[in-house]
Design a protein around this ligand. Structure first.
Ligand SMILES: [Zn+2]
Length: 138
């Protein structure tokens, strides 16, 4: 699905808005359908927010975009990166961040692994945003 065909990707503000709204929608859907009496741990969300946003900016920082630049969309913008994020990094950090990963959906602890998890989720949201404008390679 291409929202805007001849565009190479979202710009920084686009990624910021897209990633934050994706996170907000995910949290609201969880609150509405999965955990009804879910209390949003505000301090936890705020403390993880910079890492989530840094993850959303990371790919374009490493592989800068722009009109017709060659460096954009290499490894960190590939489908491989999506699979690595989804099946290796996110489960790994999720497992390391929480003691009983199969009992709770949300991590109520604050540690280095949960920050890394927020970073990986942000980078996944970046790839989601870029995949909407043009196909990811490899
Ligand atoms: Zn990008």
């Amino acid at each position: 699905m291409n929202l805007i065909p001849n565009k190479r990707g979202l710009y920084h503000y686009g990624h910021l808005i897209f990633s934050l709204s994706l996170a907000i929608i995910f949290i609201l859907l969880t609150k509405a359908y999965i955990i009804k009496d879910f209390q949003i741990p505000t301090l936890l969300l705020i403390s993880h927010c910079p890492f989530y946003i840094a993850g959303a900016f990371f790919q374009d920082f490493v592989e800068p975009g722009g009109q017709g630049r060659i460096g954009h969309r290499r490894f960190f913008h590939s489908k491989r990166m999506v699979w690595i994020n989804l099946f290796i990094l996110i489960p790994l950090f999720y497992k390391l961040a929480t003691d009983n990963p199969f009992k709770t959906i949300y991590i109520f602890e604050y540690n280095y692994y949960s920050l890394a998890l927020a970073f990986c989720l942000g980078s996944l949201s970046h790839l989601t945003g870029d995949a909407l404008t043009s196909k990811l390679k490899y």
